[in-house]
Design a protein around this ligand. Structure first.
Ligand SMILES: [Zn+2]
Length: 316
């Protein structure tokens, strides 16, 4: 396993790479502590981490291992392939004080079961923001309402894996309910790492036209349609972007962020949120932080992205 592959050191990664020495992730936790301390941040908040029933997570890992169709021939070693308790302990050792349990169905009849698991997980994991999901199917509004009443604080929608149109009228009531409740929805709707029938800014744009107050958090900065999704965030004040996997060496190789769009991202500094995709990432966690740092958008921007914006959004 590639547990300790260090992030490539460059002049723009001043706090050094982690995991280069010793065993375990102690060196990485130390590098993350230095990153936080330099910024004066006591903690991080990560809005995009995956916790799901073991059976489902192992299927996801197997998908990456066997190069499922959405990832093609990319080599994608999972850095944090560990038991659940070890994964939560690792996030805590990294100083992540709040995280999520992003989970999502790929077919009908699965979301309510996932939501039951996620409610239980949040119940036994106080630093996890209670997460829920949805799918266009009869009854969706009922189980979304039940999840909200049970205390769900964030939803996850995966347009690519679910292969559905987010503007499907079956979802209209659920989007309305979530908009009214002000509950953020982290949505994978960009066409990376591979396009789906309903990925891209068009379908999500139609959802926002009907529900302009919906708090969509566009995952992965909308990769690879970075500029189009940035445009949606500029147009709709409740739309946010999460940084998940964006700007990393891994992603820059095949879906580089256009430098000309950086000033727009700087201007949206109050609506960009740290996300990582932990544990399913092919590099150490600290590399995501260094990848944000080397954008050189300033320490104030970094503090907002890595902690303050999510703290405000979730009232933490
Ligand atoms: Zn993800």
């Amino acid at each position: 396993m590639n547990d300790h592959r260090p992030a490539p050191a460059t002049a723009a990664t001043p706090v050094g790479s982690a995991g280069a020495h010793g065993s375990g992730h102690g060196a990485e936790a130390e590098a993350i502590r230095r990153f936080r301390e330099r910024l004066g941040l006591a903690a991080l908040i990560d809005v995009h981490t995956h916790f799901m029933p073991d059976r489902v997570l192992h299927k996801v890992w197997n998908y990456f291992d066997t190069n499922g169709p959405l990832i093609g021939d990319l080599e994608w070693p999972i850095t944090y392939r560990k038991e659940e308790a070890e994964r939560t302990a690792l996030l805590r050792s990294f100083g992540v004080r709040s995280f999520t349990s992003m989970l999502y169905p790929h077919k009908p009849g699965m979301a309510a079961w996932l939501n039951a698991w996620a409610a239980d997980f949040a119940g036994r994991t106080p630093d996890c923001l209670h997460t829920a999901t949805l799918f266009p199917e009869p009854g969706v509004e009922t189980y979304v309402r039940a999840a909200v009443e049970a205390g769900a604080r964030v939803f996850k929608a995966h347009v690519q894996v679910g292969a559905y149109d987010p503007a499907d009228e079956l979802l209209d009531g659920a989007w309305g309910l979530l908009a009214e409740a002000g509950i953020p929805v982290v949505i994978h709707c960009g066409s990376g790492p591979a396009p789906g029938k309903y990925t891209g800014p068009g379908p999500v744009g139609r959802v926002l036209a009907r529900h302009p107050g919906l708090r969509l958090v566009v995952a992965h900065m909308g990769m690879p349609e970075y500029e189009e999704f940035t445009g949606l965030a500029e147009r709709y004040p409740e739309v946010r972007l999460d940084t998940t996997m964006a700007f990393t060496d891994f992603t820059e190789r095949f879906m580089p962020f256009p430098p000309r769009a950086l000033p727009r991202i700087a201007a949206l500094g109050d609506r960009v949120l740290l996300g990582s995709d932990f544990p399913n990432i092919p590099y150490p966690y600290v590399h995501q932080l260094h990848a944000l740092e080397r954008l050189e958008l300033g320490d104030e921007w970094l503090r907002a992205v890595c902690h303050d914006n999510a703290a405000r959004l979730f009232g933490l």
